[in-house]
Design a binder for this molecule. Structure first.
Ligand SMILES: NC(=O)c1ccc[n+]([C@@H]2O[C@H](COP(=O)([O-])OP(=O)(O)OC[C@H]3O[C@@H](n4cnc5c(N)ncnc54)[C@H](OP(=O)(O)O)[C@@H]3O)[C@@H](O)[C@H]2O)c1
Length: 252
């Protein structure tokens, strides 16, 4: 049996990735605060398992409980492969340093950095104890490699996840796991809506992002998820620890 654990599968890119896994006959464990009725119905139609783990990744108790339930469902004697897609993410706080709200920074780091690290930590332990291969995909951002006014927290959390991915790949060199980060480019999701609603004081480049939407430059999450699935089709060609960028994987 194969499972795909997808965080943030209630909407946006996570929903699109979970949908593609279901269509490939892979059982899905969706982790988010809200559920997704459409995915649940699709899994039923396809005869696949769909588990929604209701979990606020910014809350340590919720995260620990979620990890326990995920392990029970995904790692058993009939499991031969598990994907873990660390996709859930937040962009806020968008603000300049000095005006950052402490609780928002703390939650941001917990969702974007601590939760993916602990998800991987648990899955590596369960998989290595049972000789199960993993496919670990960390969703990152071009912001990890850019300095953007107002995005200090987001750029830092995505840079941290890139470095974690590289270190993990180094440590797991002898194992059969596939481990990489995927930078999806700009997509038409709620996160872009949040970015566009920023003030110019908080985010100097807000106009550029408003134009991307007006000019139809945002990709659909379905298209971005398909590019990821194409990459996963040839796992032997994947370089562990690398950041794969959508812009390098598509024609235009
Ligand atoms: N959109 C872009 O242009 C863009 C560009 C580059 C990279 N990315 C990255 O792509 C990934 C997906 O982004 P998106 O645009 O699809 O975002 P989105 O539409 O805002 O969706 C975010 C997802 O994360 C989940 N999430 C947020 N906070 C959570 C929490 N505290 N606990 C559990 N789940 C939580 C949400 O689920 P619930 O609200 O149901 O909990 C939702 O499913 C993120 O890692 C993002 O950084 C996005």
């Amino acid at each position: 049996m194969q499972y795909a654990i997808v965080t943030g599968a209630s909407r946006g890119l996570g929903e699109a990735i979970a949908r593609q896994y279901i269509l490939q006959n892979i059982n899905v464990i969706a982790v988010s605060r809200r559920g997704n009725q459409k995915l649940e119905s699709l899994a039923k139609e396809q005869g696949r398992e769909f588990h929604h783990i209701s979990c606020d990744l910014s809350d340590m108790d919720d995260l620990n409980e979620g990890l326990h339930r995920i392990s029970e469902i995904a790692f058993h004697e009939d499991t031969h492969y598990v994907y873990l897609v660390n996709n859930a993410g937040v962009i806020e706080p968008i603000d300049t340093v000095g005006d950052l709200e402490p609780e928002t920074v703390q939650k941001h780091m917990q969702v974007n950095v601590t939760a993916p690290i602990l998800m991987i930590n648990r899955c590596i332990k369960e998989a290595n104890d049972r000789d199960i291969d993993l496919g670990i995909i960390n969703i990152t951002s071009g912001a990890a490699e850019k300095t953007i006014h107002g995005w200090s927290t987001y750029s830092s959390s995505k840079a941290a996840i890139n470095r974690f991915t590289e270190t993990l790949a180094l440590e797991q060199e002898e194992k059969g796991h596939t481990i990489f980060a995927y930078s999806p480019g700009v997509m038409d999701t709620d996160m872009q809506g949040e970015i566009r609603s920023s003030s110019e004081d908080s985010f100097a480049n807000v106009d550029k992002f408003r134009k991307l939407k007006e000019e139809g430059e945002l990709r659909s999450p379905d298209e971005v998820a398909s590019v990821l699935m194409n990459l996963l089709r040839e796992p032997k060609k994947i370089e562990n620890g690398k950041v794969y960028k959508l812009y390098d994987l598509v024609e235009d």
